[in-house]
Design a protein around this ligand. Structure first.
Ligand SMILES: *Cc1c(COP(=O)(O)O)cnc(C)c1O
Length: 397
């Protein structure tokens, strides 16, 4: 089927995507590219993936009609409750899929990179589940900033290796992971945490996360008698929760897609992560996409109060959705996101991850009609962010 928004045979979404990798990685990426669709289509793979999503992750997650929030904004608001997944966010949908892929390809050793540690925890979790060796690369500075997630990974049996070069953050951890993969091409599988990286990763991750929009369709049919909402809103770091929430609606242009980025202190403040506004086309993590860079093409350090949105690029699907105007991109400041997180807590009794809170802040920026159906993807729970909320709102007084 010819589509406008899915990946083409060469791994491109419009002019974005592809696989820009060192020659030494070519066999690994080629092996995955040749096999991923075949393996994902196997009934035994589907069965094992669906079984684990149900019994281990706790899917389907509810599509919850938020009555008080709907009354406040005079429209019909549904929350897709990815915060209720095991480990507290959507990331585990993808790591389950990729570890099953690794096993089918006969791999014995798993590597991953992590920034805030959420993807590292989701990877360490599934490695424990499958009894596979797990090595997580993490910038030295991030190790200091994210001590609880480092402790979680260690409890789960993973080895956390510090990246000590450059800015000692996510991009340096990514470099270390790629170096490891080059040195261990035969037995190692690299689990990437978002819809980023060389083809076929963005497409593979989007397909694993597409369970989110498949469930939205079924659940909306049961609750509203129709399977398409008017709007789907999701926050974008690399873009995996948004890709999953948008996936089944990409070709149906009556569904309006809203991608929410972190403006940090403001898009013009020099402290931001709003790639759609500040980014230019370039290559990051093996993919041609929009990224924040200096005049001479060096990646700029992004900033957001939420660690999960603090990424200097977006995946190639999102670059294309932006370029083609299929999705509307909105940048939300730290201040507006924090307020939206507090408001959701008080209105619905749900404390969101600060990443997800960015998506809720859109409710104050746009107006929706009373009979419109707005689905917000609640990508994760706020437990991990409690200290940030406490400091920001002086809640310990
Ligand atoms: C990691 C994370 C994100 C951002 O990652 P995407 O790939 O853009 O989804 C968003 N929300 C939560 C809760 C996260 O942990």
């Amino acid at each position: 089927m010819k589509t406008k928004y899915n990946v083409d045979e060469l791994g491109f979404y419009g002019k974005f995507g592809g696989a820009f990798i060192p020659e030494m990685l070519y066999p690994n990426v080629e092996e995955l590219k040749e096999n991923y669709l075949k393996i994902m289509a196997e009934p035994s793979f589907q069965e094992e993936f669906n079984h684990l999503l149900q019994q281990y992750v706790g899917r389907p997650t509810p599509l919850y009609f938020a009555k008080r929030l709907s009354e406040k904004y005079h429209t019909k608001i549904y929350l897709k409750r990815e915060d209720l997944c095991h480990t507290g966010a959507h990331k585990v949908n993808n790591t389950i899929g990729q570890i099953l892929m690794a096993k089918r390809l006969g791999k014995k050793r798993i590597i991953a990179e992590t920034g805030a540690g959420q993807h590292g925890v989701a990877t360490a979790t599934v490695c424990a589940l499958m009894g596979l060796e797990c090595i997580v690369y993490m910038g030295e500075i991030d190790i200091q900033r994210q001590a609880p997630n480092v402790a979680r990974m260690k409890m789960l049996g993973a080895t956390v290796r510090p990246a000590t070069s450059g800015s000692k953050t996510l991009k340096d951890a990514t470099n270390e992971a790629i170096r490891d993969w080059i040195n261990n091409p035969v037995d190692t599988f690299y689990i990437i945490g978002s819809v980023v990286g060389p083809h076929p990763y963005p497409d593979m991750v989007a397909r694993f996360q597409s369970v989110i929009s498949k469930e939205i369709q079924t659940q909306l049919q049961a609750q509203e008698g129709k399977d398409n909402p008017d709007y789907v809103i999701a926050c974008v770091g690399g873009g995996s929760n948004a890709a999953g929430a948008f996936f089944e609606f990409l070709e149906n242009e009556s569904v309006q897609l809203i991608a929410v980025e972190a403006a940090g202190h403001g898009v013009d403040s020099g402290e931001s992560a709003a790639t759609s506004v500040l980014g230019k086309i370039g290559i990051i993590h093996g993919s041609k996409t929009l990224l924040m860079q200096t005049e001479d093409g060096q990646i700029t350090e992004p900033y957001s109060i939420s660690a999960g949105l603090d990424y200097p690029g977006v995946g190639p699907l999102h670059a294309h959705l932006h370029d083609s105007n299929r999705a509307e991109f909105i940048a939300i400041t730290d201040a507006d996101a924090m307020q939206a997180g507090l408001d959701l807590s008080k209105t619905e009794g749900i404390i969101p991850a600060i990443e997800s809170a960015h998506a809720f802040a859109v409710l104050d920026k746009k107006t929706f009609q009373p009979d419109e159906i707005v689905v917000i993807n609640l990508s994760g729970r706020g437990d991990k962010d409690l200290n940030t909320y406490i400091d920001y709102f002086n809640l310990s007084d």
